[in-house]
Design a protein around this ligand. Sequence first.
Ligand SMILES: [Zn+2]
Length: 222
Amino acid sequence: MASGGVKRALIFLGPPGAGKGTQAMQVARVQGVPHLSTGDMFRDHVGRGSELGLRAKPIMERGELVPDEIVLGMVEERVARPDCANGFVLDGFPRTIPQAQGLDALLGRRGFGKALVLHIAVEYEKLLRRLTGRRTCATCGEIYNIYARAPKVEGKCDKDGGELTQRKDDREEVIRERIAAYDRQTKPLIEYYRAQSGLVDIDGAADADAVTREVLVTLARL
Ligand SMILES: [Zn+2]
C-alpha cells in the first residue's frame, strides 16, 4: 500500500479531454486500490437484477438520468465492500453539487475521511486541440492527433494507409458544447471541494505519464 491511499476516496475532476479517466485508472493501479466507475456499477446491478438495478433499468432504457438516490445507493454498497477498506478511486462521479453532498454523507457513515479531489486543469484552447485534432484510422483504429501526433501523410494511417476520420463527437461544435456543459454543471464542484480544502490542482497540460507522476508525487506528500 502506497502512502496517501489509506481510507480515502480519491476523486478526479477535470474537463473532457483532460485525461482524468486514464489518470484515475493508473493511480488506482499504482496505489493498489479499486477503480470505481458508476458505469460498471450500473452494469453489475442490472446484470444481477438487484433492487437498485431493477429500479435503474427502465429509467436507463428510456434514456433518462438515473436519480442521485439510486446512484448514491450503488456507490454506498460498492464502497462498503472489503476491497475498498483502504481507499478507492472514483471515476466520473460526483458530477453535481447534490451528488457531492450525498457522497460526503455516505463517506462519513462508512468511516472514510474527507474525499481528496485531484483537479486536472487544462486550458481551453489546449483541450480543443486535443479533442478536435483527433483522427482515427478506419482500418486499424490507430489514433492520431493532427496537432500533437500527426500522420506522416495527411489523412492516411502510417501503418496501413487507411483513411483517417474524425468521430462526430470530436467536431468542434460538439466539443464546445461538452466543455460548456462541464463548466455549467461540474465546475461548481471545484469550488465546493476547494472550500473544504480537499482539492489539489494538477497541471494536466503535459503528457499522460508526466501527469500521473505529478499526481503520485502529490499523494506521497499528503
Ligand atoms: Zn491504420
